[in-house]
Design a protein around this ligand. Structure first.
Ligand code: GLU
Length: 289
């Protein structure tokens, strides 16, 4: 489909609320990284977790990205349209005996009781949650900003691929979607770093290639809390996009010249693509607004 050399990046927001400063920060970083390497920047709406979706949020996210000049390549894709694909991948892992049904309640697991379902051989045709069997493999990867990351010291936990409510889990869908879209560069927030070895494990099981990873800092509010939709971080103000882009470039440690504050969004992005220097974020996990 694409030349193997083409950089294919993506931004994959969940439509659980408006874009806040933290998500726009990640969007801008992934856009600049893709565009500075003549890459494609795809947009995927991660709307698989239907109970968490907010009506109208996806449209609002698209409008906001457009106001900030962050135009995506190609059509927007929606996870909700890939259900059959996820199901087929689940079935293939089931055939390979890499899955088991789990009937533990959230409460049991929250009380730190261990799950022994792996040894119970529950009937896989009944709608329980499905977990993937993990093995004590040494999984590691070189993050472009955070260096060598592995989970060798962590206890292996068989994680959920399909939940009891029959919704496919994030770890699973993200791996399948990125493969489906031929994504080879993932730029996202540091908060997802710990998920990456799980995702690499799934790539190995499914025989998929591993993309490059770059985990950029997350934004903390003045009290040191991560800006997130869960903590009801407010949506960005779309009225003065140049001001915000300038601010974000500062938070991305790009040292934008002062004159850039008063130019148009297009000129700002043009400057930022030409000067993009992700190395300035090396080993930084969070920045305060
Ligand atoms: N949809 C995920 C989120 O909004 C991001 C997925 C990813 O970048 O891997 O947190």
């Amino acid at each position: 489909m694409f030349d193997k050399q083409t950089y294919i990046g993506r931004f994959a927001p969940s439509p659980t609320g408006p874009l806040h400063l933290g998500s726009l920060y990640t969007a801008l970083a992934s856009f600049l990284d893709a565009k500075s390497q003549q890459g494609l920047w795809l947009l995927r709406i991660d709307d698989i977790d239907t109970p968490r979706n907010i009506k109208g949020a996806a449209e609002q996210i698209l409008r906001t990205l457009a106001v900030f000049g962050l135009y995506w390549d190609g059509a927007v894709s929606y996870q909700s349209q890939s259900q059959n694909y996820y199901e087929a991948a689940l079935q293939s892992l089931k055939r390979d005996q890499m899955l088991y049904a789990c009937q533990c309640s959230r409460k049991t697991l929250a009380n730190d009781e261990r799950c022994y379902c792996r040894y119970k051989s529950l009937d896989l045709s009944i709608p329980y949650a499905y977990r993937v069997k993990t093995a004590a493999l040494e999984i590691g990867f070189k993050d472009q900003l955070q260096g060598w990351i592995d989970d060798n010291n962590r206890e292996q936990v068989d994680f959920v691929l399909k939940r009891k409510d029959q919704i496919f889990a994030y770890q699973f869908t993200v791996v399948l979607d990125d493969h489906l879209q031929a994504v080879n560069h993932i730029v996202r927030g540091y908060d997802l770093l710990a998920s990456t070895t799980k995702q690499i494990y799934l790539q190995m099981l499914l025989g998929l290639s591993m993309p490059n990873y770059m985990h950029v800092p997350i934004i903390l509010d003045s009290q040191g809390f991560k800006l997130s939709k869960q903590t009801l971080a407010e949506g960005v103000d779309i009225n003065k996009p140049e001001r915000l882009i300038y601010k974000l470039l500062g938070l991305l440690k790009q040292n934008p010249p002062v004159e850039l504050e008063r130019t148009s969004v297009d000129e700002q992005l043009d400057w930022a693509i030409r000067h993009w220097n992700p190395k300035a974020l090396t080993n930084i996990q969070s920045v305060k607004v």
